[in-house]
Write a new protein. Structure first.
Length: 251
């Protein structure tokens, strides 16, 4: 996946949250239907039957009909694929989705004109029922993309990812071998004597993280204060993850 940072306006961000909520609601309903199945009972509904039920639910609930049917149907299709992967023993059983964790949705059947470049560092992607949403054009988007996934991480940042088939990387062909040992103090030690360390938080950032974790332990569950502390911790963790991504791509 080729991922880019989305830059939605406040109104677009609210609409994106609604899309995530609708996709999560439809996914959890599908999980509940299949969790109810037991040996001897009627088979759980498949994708086609669930789409028919979705049509009835959209007619009965205006808040669901206000969302995009493309996003909601794709959540059902993703669930069907997840069940197929589970039965093929390649993935785990699909489980419940919680608000704030793994937020996102997928859009397929994307037209070539639905992704465009506006300026040197700005691009736009067309989202159903929202319109054009800007993202940071940090590198070229592959030609002929057919789908994309929009996600929101725990730090509150939005991303759009396009599926890309990477170019094959050929080996050096020298026949040389290098031993690799993973450690704690030193992340990776090579038999050539080279020591590689994964970047982490700075001293002041680690001290702030410790203070926030202590504050989180004292905060009451479900309170606004606890939510703000969790968001601050997530931003620190995201900063650490971004530094590791920079090192990974530079190597």
């Amino acid at each position: 996946m080729s991922r880019f940072r989305l830059q939605p306006t406040p109104a677009q961000e609210r609409a994106l949250r609604d899309h995530c909520g609708h996709a999560r609601f439809v996914w959890n309903l599908a999980v509940e239907q299949h969790a109810h199945w037991r040996s001897g009972r009627k088979a759980a509904p498949g994708y086609t039957e669930q789409c028919r039920q979705l049509t009835l639910a959209r007619a009965a609930y205006p808040w669901l009909a206000a969302g995009s049917v493309v996003v909601q149907q794709q959540a059902l299709r993703d669930f069907a694929q997840a069940k197929a992967n589970f039965f093929d023993r390649t993935h785990r059983r699909p489980t419940w989705r919680r608000r704030g964790r793994g937020e996102g949705f997928r859009v397929v059947a994307v037209n070539p004109d639905d992704v465009r470049r506006v300026s040197r560092k700005v691009g736009e992607v067309k989202v159903p029922k929202i319109g054009w949403v800007r993202f940071r054009w940090s590198r070229a988007v592959a030609d002929g993309v057919k789908s994309y996934r929009i996600t929101r991480d725990r730090a509150g940042r939005w991303h759009v990812a396009f599926p890309v088939v990477p170019e094959p990387i050929s080996g050096p062909g020298t026949g040389a071998a290098v031993g690799v040992d993973r450690g704690v103090v030193v992340s990776v030690a090579l038999s050539t004597g080279e020591l590689l360390s994964v970047p982490t938080l700075r001293g002041t950032e680690r001290a702030r993280l410790l203070r926030l974790q202590r504050k989180l332990a004292r905060a009451q569950r479900g309170s606004n204060r606890r939510g703000k502390v969790k968001a601050a911790i997530a931003r620190l963790k995201a900063r650490e993850s971004d530094r590791r991504e920079v090192v990974k791509f530079s190597v």
